[in-house]
Write a protein of this length. Structure first.
Ligand SMILES: Cc1cc2nc3c(=O)[nH]c(=O)nc-3n(C[C@H](O)[C@H](O)[C@H](O)COP(=O)(O)OP(=O)(O)OC[C@H]3O[C@@H](n4cnc5c(N)ncnc54)[C@H](O)[C@@H]3O)c2cc1C
Ligand code: SF4
Ligand code: SF4
Ligand code: SF4
Length: 572
């Protein structure tokens, strides 16, 4: 022992530093709050009308498991190569990354996985139905009917799909131009689904002509009606219509079906939705020198409220303009100019949506702003309505099928979804409606209130304020190749998608909102070493567990978790 005044004297308190002693002390008893893992829906999942969980499939893809990613994807949506092309991707508008730098290009990854599955011949994962499985009738083989059929198979039922046309696909097959949706892709996904055991596909079978709802109710466990809305809305200007009026949708379907379209020198297409935009581009591509789109709505942009913006996809509007289509936004047709019964022009007036006394937006025409546009043809493309044939007993006063939140109509055992209900109006919304109805049918057949699909809709999604952005780096979003304007006009696909490397890069850009991304922060930063790492996934799906005997509840892990997967809850 050194004497007093010796400069080398040190005193070490060995008591708490002896190996093993900190474990022996149950520091967890000091705690007033504890960390917990909490799965929260990512905003992309919350916003996807089909119910997809992009966070989950991006995670699989990022970890080199494309097939597992695709299987997660098709659990919600059996048509990802279609939706990856035509969905307006509200998931990306909601994506947290959009408030950090640029949204993850979710639809490109979806499309990449959908295409990979077609290329590789991956089979939709579903067990064969048991011999006693109930058979359900699905009327209409558009996205809503196909989605419902797929989910019914997944739930163990059999399905007979009745389709009026020779082929499946609905409006995707009959109206969306192949340069936006190549037919090999559409037909590949439809055929893969319809070939599954348990599905019986009956083409050229029309409700109202070949069978009735009552006959289906008598022969099947339940009925799902998904016949869409394909009858063009009646259009006139103060009761006046040109003698040679051709509504937009039949013109477009004729072009898609047999490649024929009139080509006068100039055409005015009336409307601002997908049909108007597709038709205008097809007319332009066919050689019509001047194609105008006259729409009450505004061009989508920061100054135009969403409810006043044109309904066509913004990308399609931009491409139409690139191709020479002239969009006359915020205009209405006040008068048709006729020579005899033939149209020679229209008188337009400026229109705008302005708030009324109650604050609601109402469309107002501004007198004195009239202008004349000389055209050889006017084509209304102002939307479609339901063909009532066979549905008379089910239609409401507004001419469509009324359903509750699950998809049930007022008639027991009859469910409906997609455009026939006039909810939505997109492929993805139709897919979501089919999925929800399949679960509702399953519950109805069992006559027990079993849990519905894991929507997680009731749980608020994790917002950007729930993330710790200090742990993420900025990275630009991948850009896809687009066919140059000079090469457009045929069936060649215009949007070329992403190849494997940039698609993988997009998956890596995902912030993994609300789900563990295995960054090890909690494991390495916990001052009490109270976060343990497990080789196998723990019961909550992550590879981390809390050692509550030693966690003092300091909250550091929750603070430093990048993705909002750890929350602090008060001790009882
Ligand atoms: C030109 C155009 C472009 C579009 N572009 C896009 C886009 O880019 N993105 C997007 O998300 N959405 C787009 N849409 C909308 C989208 O196509 C529809 O919302 C979607 O297809 C609706 O699906 P559904 O299954 O409800 O109906 P549909 O797709 O209309 O399918 C209904 C099916 O039922 C069949 N059927 C009809 N009547 C009967 C009967 N009596 N008996 C038996 N079968 C019957 C039909 O033949 C059809 O196959 C577009 C629509 C059009 C017209
Ligand atoms: S279907 Fe549409 S909203 Fe859903 S994930 Fe795909 S692109 Fe996004
Ligand atoms: S960052 Fe990823 S998990 Fe978060 S909203 Fe975007 S895609 Fe979804
Ligand atoms: S800190 Fe990292 S490892 Fe820990 S829960 Fe959060 S994401 Fe997972």
């Amino acid at each position: 022992m050194s004497g007093a005044g010796d400069a080398t004297v040190r005193y070490t308190r060995g008591g708490v530093a002896r190996p093993g002693t900190s474990l022996a002390a149950d520091t967890g008893s000091w705690r007033v709050q504890r960390p917990v893992h909490r799965h929260r829906p990512a905003p992309c999942h919350h916003a996807c009308p089909a119910g997809e969980d992009p966070q989950a499939y991006l995670a699989h893809f990022e970890q080199g498991r494309p097939r597992a990613a695709w299987e997660v994807l098709v659990a919600a949506n059996p048509l990802p190569a279609v939706t990856g092309r035509v969905c307006p991707h509200p998931c990306e508008s909601a994506c947290n990354r959009g408030r950090f730098d640029e949204a993850v290009a979710i639809h490109h990854v979806e499309r990449y996985l959908g295409d990979a599955a077609l290329r590789e011949g991956w089979v939709l994962p579903v067990p064969e139905p048991t011999p006693g499985a109930v058979r359900i009738a699905v009327v209409g083989a558009g996205p809503a009917g196909l989605s419902c059929a797929w989910q019914l198979l997944r739930l163990g039922h059999r399905v007979t799909v009745f389709e009026a046309e020779a082929q499946a696909g609905g409006a995707c097959a009959s109206a969306i131009p192949p340069y936006r949706l190549p037919r090999a892709v559409l037909e590949g996904e439809n055929a893969r689904l319809l070939a599954l055991p348990g599905i019986d596909f009956r083409a050229r079978q029309r409700l109202g002509r070949d069978f009735s709802i009552e006959e289906l109710r008598a022969a099947y466990g339940a009925v799902f009606v998904a016949v869409g809305a394909q009858r063009p809305r009646v259009w006139s200007v103060d009761g006046v219509v040109p003698a040679d009026l051709h509504p937009g949708l039949p013109l477009l379907t004729e072009w898609v079906g047999v490649g024929r379209i009139p080509t006068p020198a100039s055409v005015a297409v009336i409307g601002g939705g997908n049909t108007a935009m597709d038709l205008a581009r097809v007319l332009k591509g066919a050689g019509v020198a001047q194609v105008y789109v006259i729409t009450h709505n505004g061009l989508p942009g920061p100054d135009v409220p969403a409810e006043d913006a044109m309904r066509a996809l913004p990308r399609e509007i931009v491409q139409a303009q690139e191709e020479g289509v002239e969009i006359l936004a915020h205009r209405g047709v006040r008068r048709l100019l006729l020579r005899g019964e033939r149209v020679v022009g229209v008188e337009m007036v400026h229109m705008k949506k302005l708030p009324d006394a109650a604050g609601r937006l109402r469309r107002v025409a501004f007198d004195g702003t009239e202008t004349v546009l000389h055209v050889d043809m006017v084509v209304p493309a102002i939307g479609e309505e339901v063909d009532p044939a066979g549905l008379e007993a089910l239609l409401n006063g507004a001419g469509h099928l009324e359903i509750d939140a699950s998809g049930a109509t007022a008639s027991p055992g009859v469910f409906a979804g997609g455009d026939v209900t006039l909810h939505g109006g997109t492929v993805t919304e139709a897919v979501g409606a089919g999925r929800r109805a399949a679960h509702a049918i399953d519950r109805w057949l069992r006559a027990t209130p079993v849990a519905g699909p894991a929507e997680r809709d009731e749980v608020a999604p994790v917002g950007i304020e729930g993330l710790n952005l200090a742990y993420y780096e900025h990275a630009p979003r991948a850009r896809e190749d687009v066919l140059p304007v000079a090469e457009r006009g045929g069936d060649a696909e215009i949007d070329r998608g992403l190849s494997e490397e940039p698609a993988g890069g997009e998956a890596r850009r995902c912030l993994s909102c609300g789900e563990c991304l295995a960054c090890d922060n909690c494991f390495t930063l916990c001052p009490d070493s109270a976060v343990l790492k497990t080789r196998e996934a723990a019961s909550d799906g992550s590879h981390y567990v809390f050692d509550y005997q030693h966690c003092k509840g300091c909250g550091l892990c929750a603070n430093e978790c990048p993705c909002g997967f750890i929350g602090m809850v008060a001790e009882d």
